[in-house]
Design a protein around this ligand. Structure first.
Ligand code: SAM
Ligand code: SF4
Length: 347
């Protein structure tokens, strides 16, 4: 039996470890620890969510971004990126199509595009919530001011996804240019929670300069913040960014961390991300089998999908799309899970 067993027992019992203990669990991992953690994570997942998988329709509303995160293909400095933005009418028609396909959550995601002011977004949110009162709307539009977060919430947004990216300040500063601020990112997350959003945070696995200690800090941060959702996916390089020649993260470590996160917070919404599906054709299934319980297929208009290229080879035009929901359901059924038509709130 692995010598990490006492730590795994403790995590399962207390849903908490010290930073040092998380680091040991990460650095000392092997196949045996991975399967032990997976088994326990799945047991817990089954108790809370049964065999259900929640789906969200992801609408990528803009590929314009004023920020310059070193890892992202949409960064302002990438002059080769193809830019587009959807009109409110186009976004609404994605929602209509999604509703017909059985989606009850729409995620509006995009770069930090100043065109999407509150004056544009609030009436759009009102229209979506009026037309689809049984649906939840998630925003993932980066950092905005507290007053803006409040206005968007008042207009009907239910959830906000803002990955913290890394809970280590020194690491954050290696991933972002000086004018982006770790403190502001963290402050935004506190504001969102204070306003009453269901908050999603998260981080990339295997991002440049990341150490086991950084990941341990991420896990401790999630444990203490208690978000509704935590999105993690492997870092994948984009050739037109400063990190274009860096190695990417792994499916193996991402799945290992998904199992740990499930044990930290049994009701956490954990997506099996597109990045997992990009690195491995069975990546999303592996994520679900490690403890994830959410999948976010792409609902964006087919014509713009290739322009939302966060990283190289991002899957976007095939079976992962929302239009292939039947196929997704069949794939999930083949591993014993059921995709449900539901808003997918945390239990
Ligand atoms: N602009 C918003 C923001 O940054 O919060 C939302 C959109 S952004 C593209 C969504 C997420 O994509 C980021 O939080 C980041 O973790 C992830 N991402 C960006 N570049 C990536 C890459 N090269 N590999 C994997 N994930 C990446
Ligand atoms: Fe912009 Fe988000 Fe990409 Fe950073 S991660 S460059 S904020 S789209």
């Amino acid at each position: 039996m692995t010598d990490l067993l006492p730590l795994i027992d403790k995590l399962e019992r207390a849903h908490s470890l010290s930073r040092e203990e998380y680091e040991i669990l990460i650095s000392g991992r092997n196949n045996e620890t991975a399967s032990l953690l997976r088994e326990r994570a799945l047991r817990l997942r089954r108790q809370v969510y049964g065999n259900t998988v929640y789906v969200r329709g992801l609408i990528e509303i803009s590929s314009y971004c004023k920020n310059d995160c070193y890892y992202c293909g949409l960064r302002a400095g990438n002059q080769k990126a193809q830019r587009y933005r959807l009109t409110p009418e186009e976004i609404l028609s994605c929602c209509r199509e999604g509703w017909e396909l059985g989606f009850r959550t729409f995620v509006l995601q995009g770069g930090e595009d100043p065109w999407f002011t509150d004056q544009v977004l609030c009436p759009l949110l009102v229209r979506i919530k009026t037309e689809f009162p049984d649906c939840a709307v998630t925003l993932s539009l980066g950092e905005r001011g507290e007053a803006s977060f409040q206005r968007l919430r008042d207009a009907g947004a239910d959830r906000y996804l803002l990955r913290h990216e890394t809970a280590s300040r020194a690491h954050y500063e290696k991933l972002h240019p000086p004018r982006m601020s770790y403190d502001n990112r963290m402050e935004c997350l506190r504001q969102l929670r204070g306003i009453g959003y269901q908050v999603g945070l998260g981080f990339m696995v295997g991002s440049p300069f990341q150490t086991a200690a950084d990941l341990a800090a991420d896990l401790k941060f999630v444990e203490e913040f208690r978000p509704a959702m935590c999105g993690i996916g492997p870092f994948i390089p984009h050739h037109d960014t400063p990190f274009g020649d860096r190695p990417g993260g792994s499916v193996e470590l991402t799945c290992y961390l998904l199992s740990i996160l499930r044990l930290i917070q049994p009701n956490l919404l954990l997506p099996a991300t597109t990045a997992l599906g990009t690195l491995d054709p069975l990546g999303r299934e592996k994520g679900i089998q490690a403890g994830a319980n959410v999948v976010m297929p792409n609902l964006s208009p087919v014509g713009v999908r290739k322009k939302y290229m966060l990283y190289d080879n991002k899957i976007c035009t095939g079976e992962e799309s929302a239009q292939c929901r039947g196929y997704l359901s069949a794939r999930m059924a083949s591993i014993g899970y059921e995709v449900v038509t539901d808003r997918g709130d945390p239990k």
